[in-house]
Design a protein around this ligand. Structure first.
Ligand SMILES: Cc1cc2nc3c(=O)[nH]c(=O)nc-3n(C[C@H](O)[C@H](O)[C@H](O)COP(=O)(O)OP(=O)(O)OC[C@H]3O[C@@H](n4cnc5c(N)ncnc54)[C@H](O)[C@@H]3O)c2cc1C
Length: 322
């Protein structure tokens, strides 16, 4: 990482969501420092240098360390960010105990007059397969919508966005009113929604940052926090720590863990000739193997998440599933 590269990124605001952003404010250490820390184990020259590219044996070492979860050398470099985001994003972010935070205070200061809003084309329906996730489809008017609310001219999504606007206006008004009555700031804010925007500093070492990104840049993470994680990963880590980035993509984000039972299914399926040729055949051999070879909790019952995940993993390996 060169000084110029770092300076080109420092304080650059990357807009995220309606009114949020993320900005890298500081970096401590480089990939050289990660290598230097690892090499102290065997008494080699252990000085990191800013602005020097990794030699090929150093890249190999870094990939080895990452692959085998030798995490502490990756704690020798750190990144610090300033983040503006809705409180519901911070609620998820703050679960990561290995970062240091300092947040805007609604006890000292008037709450930021900004809420995350959802445009009509951004409402997401409840997923039918993942209780925590969103699915594909458009929001619909419920069957019991009262006649005076239902509007032929307006889509359900437009209705929801206009209701959100009304709600935000009302809540902001009530909050401001309380302040005028002389209510303390710490109490006046208590009914404000989690869509209210806040700001914080966050600092994290690279080892824990990659753990954060493995959870929050993943498809299972809520899209709003993922939008921030993706900026960190693709706009910052990729540029400043390119070998860490590549190892992360190769060994974590796009890697696949095969459990003992996954491997058993794989081995058993290989005994059936042609199982990998056709989508339909893959499904029937999978079901046969699961029923005949695997423990009851896997093979019986309508729903078994482990079994579904195994089916998906092998399907991905064969290219039947995206
Ligand atoms: C898709 C998704 C859905 C989620 N759903 C829910 C939910 O429904 N409800 C909910 O409450 N949370 C939920 N979470 C939050 C989740 O359970 C974790 O709290 C969060 O992801 C932080 O993970 P972590 O503890 O590994 O990370 P960090 O706190 O950053 O910790 C990193 C690692 O450090 C170690 N560590 C940190 N602190 C300790 C400690 N005190 N003791 C031992 N080891 C420690 C652990 O190895 C840990 O993995 C969800 C997270 C995701 C990504």
């Amino acid at each position: 990482m060169s000084n110029e590269l770092l300076e080109s990124l420092r304080w650059k605001k990357f807009p995220v969501l309606n009114d949020g952003y993320i900005c890298l404010t500081d970096v401590m250490g480089s990939e050289k420092d990660i290598i230097a820390a690892a090499r102290i184990s065997y008494g080699k020259d252990a000085r990191g240098e800013l602005g020097t590219e990794l030699a090929s044996d150093e890249k190999t070492l870094l990939r080895y360390l990452f692959r085998n979860r030798h995490n502490t050398p990756f704690e020798m470099a750190e990144m610090k960010f300033i983040i503006r985001a809705p409180i519901f994003v911070f609620r998820q972010w703050h679960r990561h105990r290995t970062q240091s935070y300092n947040e805007y205070s609604g006890r000292y200061s008037v709450m930021i007059d900004s809420m995350e809003t959802v445009n009509p084309d951004q409402w997401r329906v409840q997923s039918t397969t993942n209780k925590q996730g969103s699915g594909i489809g458009e929001v619909q008017w419920p069957d019991d919508t009262p006649f005076d609310v239902y509007n032929d001219e307006q889509s359900a999504a437009h209705y929801l966005s206009s209701r959100q606007r009304e709600l935000h206006e009302h809540m902001t008004h009530v909050y401001q009113e309380r302040l005028k009555f002389g209510v303390s700031k710490e109490q006046a804010r208590i009914d404000l929604p989690v869509s209210n925007v806040s700001e914080m500093y966050a600092k994290c070492d690279i080892s824990n940052l990659m753990h954060f990104l493995s959870l929050r840049s993943d498809g299972h993470a809520q899209v709003e926090i993922r939008s921030y994680a993706d900026v960190i990963l693709y706009e910052m880590v990729k540029v400043l720590f390119p070998n860490v980035y590549q190892a992360f993509i190769d060994f974590r984000l796009e890697a696949m863990m095969l459990s003992r039972l996954d491997q058993l299914v794989c081995r058993e399926m290989q005994k059936h000739p042609g199982w990998h040729f056709e989508d339909q055949f893959y499904r029937s051999v999978f079901e046969l193997v699961v029923t005949e070879q695997l423990p009851e909790e896997w093979s019986r019952g309508k729903r078994c998440r482990e079994r579904d995940e195994c089916y998906e993993k092998l399907g991905k390996l064969l290219g039947f599933i995206e």
